[in-house]
Design a protein. Sequence first.
Lengths: 113, 115
Amino acid sequence: GQQVMQIPQYQHVQEGEDFTTYCNSSTTLSNIQWYKQRPGGHPVFLIQLVKSGEVKKQKRLTFQFGEAKKNSSLHITATQTTDVGTYFCAVRMTTDSWGKLQFGAGTQVVVTP
Amino acid sequence: KAGVTQTPRYLIKTRGQQVTLSCSPISGHRSVSWYQQTPGQGLQFLFEYFSETQRNKGNFPGRFSGRQFSNSRSEMNVSTLELGDSALYLCASSPVGGEAKNIQYFGAGTRLSVL
């Protein structure tokens, strides 16, 4: 069945550096969402991408949906300690309104001051 | 608007017992989903309800069940608890219609410990 693979699983970043996390699917996606979960917290919605090649920015965060709609990336520039947490991508597994929701395994980000 | 409310926040049970968790969605949201989160397995989808009907179910044993009421509030029940059921159980609600239906608004979760 459809699988969503998220890489890397773990990212250790020096404050001020950039990093990117990726979400890949073997099948075409209708849309994808990104969430952030702070340590001890719950996932919080960041963004949804729908269109092929779509790029959205939120301050230092840049989200991109691949041209083939099979992959997505989250790029953070000038990482800050507030960026610590786990970033998840999520997809609905079919274009059907009630396809199952699947989350990637997440990228755990640790920031060193 | 108030966010998604889950009760209780913490729960300790022993093996063999059963437990019921409650979730009140954001006002106006009619879709409620449940997830199990553990360090080793990440976020695992349990089930999704809309208008009191289960729309989807994840790959969990029949000991895990849920329901949704006419006011969109939802409960999930786990019977005959096992040690492996220790986890953070998250409820999420979403609006209905268009692309927004895919966006999950999570509650703070119920942390269940099975001893």
